[in-house]
Write a protein that binds this ligand. Structure first.
Ligand code: C2E
Ligand code: MG
Ligand code: MG
Ligand code: MG
Length: 280
């Protein structure tokens, strides 16, 4: 029988294991090692103001390159990190790195409204999350008004009262809150009025093939209307074509993000997008 992942990150393989289980174990120990070796880095994808075409902000997205395994997608390792209790360490590293980069841009005189950081539900469940965010803002020197956190609807599935309280504290500090992948979760709409939200992100599955897919077009329109009725900003993710962008602008969507504008890029490559602050 296979022995489970050890505390110190060693995995044991046996012949009875399925190939998939062996693969998971390999990934697990590599992930432990990646934290120790600091093998993560961030890329940044611009968020575009549709009406003006200007850059509004950036979403920070984690990347992991393992010398043996190659590039591993966050869609694969973030759920694993949640499962094996590594998401808090990784998540704090992401926050720290993104805030540091934000200060870097600001001190170079480059302007942006906010950097968005994805925060996993499990991170929000931790009782010291707000304190940790406050510490990171203090030590990096990033003003809270330049930080946005993206949470998914699943954060409302457990410990609702505690999560609402945390998000309210973050919001009171000046951090904005976005709901990521909106419409794909299982939670009810009730949370929309309970949470201190600023932005709805229309999930990319609903942006696919608009305006040609009539269902998606209807959903996208409805989400924009819902968001605006609740005084929220609305952003569409996964925008790849000009037709999608035209449809979104016609329907008053505020912001867009996607390959049409830019793939996520290294911080150095992003510098060229940012306008220097003009002297007044
Ligand atoms: P997400 O937060 O919804 O991020 C959007 C994903 O769509 C990103 O994938 C981005 O690279 C990709 N994308 C952007 N524009 C386009 C486009 O035009 N077309 C298509 N097809 N895709 C586009 P990525 O970077 O692979 O991240 C996948 C997911 O992993 C993220 O979804 C997020 O849930 C999670 N993730 C990434 N970084 C972090 C992190 O630092 N912390 C946490 N907790 N989760 C993260
Ligand atoms: Mg996101
Ligand atoms: Mg998303
Ligand atoms: Mg997603």
């Amino acid at each position: 029988k296979a022995k489970a992942q050890g505390r110190n990150g060693y995995a044991f393989y046996t012949e009875g294991m399925t190939a998939e289980a062996a693969e998971q174990l390999k990934l697990q120990s590599a992930l432990h090692q990646a934290i120790i070796n600091n093998d993560f880095y961030l890329v940044y994808q611009p968020k575009i103001h549709l009406a003006s075409g200007q850059i509004n902000g950036f979403e920070a997205l984690i990347r992991w390159y393992d010398p043996k395994l190659g590039q591993i997608s966050p869609a694969d390792f973030i759920p694993l990190a949640e499962k094996i209790g590594l998401i808090n360490d990784i998540g704090l590293w992401v926050l720290q790195a993104a805030c540091t980069q934000g200060v870097n841009w600001l001190t170079q005189g480059l302007q942006f409204s906010r950097i968005s950081v994805n925060v996993a539900s499990l991170q929000l469940q931790k009782s010291d999350f707000v304190d940790k965010v406050r510490d990171i803002l203090l030590t990096t020197g990033l003003p809270a008004k330049h930080l946005d956190i993206e949470v998914t609807e699943s954060c409302m599935m457990t410990n609702q009262v505690a999560v609402i309280k945390d998000l309210k504290q973050l919001s009171a500090m000046g951090i904005s809150i976005s709901i990521d992948d909106f419409g794909t979760g299982y939670s009810s709409l009730t949370y929309l009025k309970k949470l201190p939200l600023d932005t709805l992100k229309i999930d990319q599955s609903f942006v696919k093939n608009i305006p040609f897919d009539s269902n998606n077009s209807a959903i996208a329109k409805a989400v924009i209307a819902l968001g605006h009725a609740l005084n929220l900003q609305v952003i569409a993710e996964g925008v790849e074509t000009q037709q999608q962008a035209d449809f979104l602008l016609q329907n008053n969507c505020d912001l867009a993000q996607g390959y049409l504008y830019s793939k996520p890029k290294l911080a150095e490559e992003v510098n060229e997008f940012l306008l220097p602050i003009r002297p007044t």
